[in-house]
Write a protein that binds this ligand. Sequence first.
Ligand SMILES: [Zn+2]
Length: 402
Amino acid sequence: MGFLKIIHGTLITPFRYIRGGTIVIQDGRIVGVHERDVDVPGAIELDATGKFVAPGFIDIHVHGGGGHDFMDGTEEAFLKIAELHAQYGTTSLVPTTLTAERKDLLHTLDVYEKAKVNNNRGAGFLGIHLEGPYVALSQRGAQDPRYIRNPDPAEYEEILAYSSSIVRWSAAPELAGAIEFGRRLREAGILAAIAHTDAVYADVLDAYENGYTLATHLYSAMSGVTRRNAFRYAGAIESALLLDMDVELITDGIHLPPPLLKLVYKIKGADRTALITDAMRAAGMPEGESILGSRTNGLPVLVEDGVAKLPDRSSFAGSVATTNQLVRNMVQLADVSLLDAVRMASTTPARIMGVDARKGSLVVGKDADLVIFDENITIQTTIINGRIIYATEQLVSALLPV
Ligand SMILES: [Zn+2]
C-alpha cells in the first residue's frame, strides 16, 4: 500500500506543536512524524497549510446523531451515527445504550456485532457502553423510569456472558448490590463508572475502592453537597473531584456553564478529564421535535437553543454536540489551551478506555486516526486507519500524487 503524506500543517501531538511538520502514513499506521517536509517517493500529498493536524477525537459516551440512535436496533443506525460523527472529527467512539428492557439491550448488542464488521465509512467502534439500567430513580434525568432497577447478578451475568463487546458500564454506586457489581466489572476488565447517582462521599469512596474509576457526565444527573439533619455531606460531584477518579464532561457549552468547565479543568487537569458529546439522535440535524432513545419506545423531546429538552423544558435530554464543538468550547469558553483541549478529546479518553497503546496521539506506530481543522476547529479532513473518510471538496481536489 502507498504512502500518504500530510505536509505544511501545525501538528498537535498533542503534547506540543510542530509547526510545518510532516506526518507519513502507511498501511493504516503513522510511520513518520517529522519537523519538516521529508521526501517520500510515490506518496500522495495532502497540503495542510494554515491548518492544524491532530489525533482524531475519541468520544467515549455518545447515543446517536444524524437522525439515528444506537437503540433503534438497526445496523443502519450504527453506521450512520459513525459516519455523521466522523464528519466532525470523531475517529473512535463508544456506542452507548439507554436504560431499557433486557431484551432490547441484548438486541442492541447483537446489532453492534454486525455493524462493527461493516463500519468502513465512519468513526471506529471501541465496544459498547451500557448506561443503566442500574441508576438512581431520583437522578434518572431522561432515562426511562419504567426500566430502572437495582443491579441483579442473575441479569448482569447473563448480559456479560452474552457479549464480549461491553467495555464500559455506568451505574449508581449507592444502590443495593452496586459494590459487588463494580468488583465484577473490574474482574471482567470492564470500565465501571458512577452515573445518575445520589451518592454521598462514603458511597463513592466505597465504589472507588471496588472498581469504579470514572464519573459519567460530571455534574449531570449527579448529587452535589446535601444536608441531612443539618449536617453537610459531600455529594458524588465533590467526591469525584476529590478522589483520583477520571471524569467526563459534556462540553456542548450548554450543559455546563464556563465557570464549571474552568473549575473541573483546574482541579482535574487535562489528564483526568475526557470531553464527551453524550449526543442524541438530533446531533447534526435541524432543530425541532425529536425522540430520545429508540424510535419505537423512546421519549419525545424538543431540540432548541442547541440542546435537547424534555417537552416541558424542565430538563435537558441529551446534547446535540459534535466533538469539534467540545474542543472549540474548551478553548473559547473555558480559556483552555488548544493543546490541552485536544488532549481531553484524544489522549485522555484513549487512556481511560485502555486503547492508548494504539490511539490518542500523533506518534510513530499508532493508528493513523487524524483530524485536520482550521483556527475555529472546523473539520477539514478526517482520516481513520489511514483512509480519508471525510474531506472538504477543496482538500480533495488538492490531493495530488507527486
Ligand atoms: Zn448518556
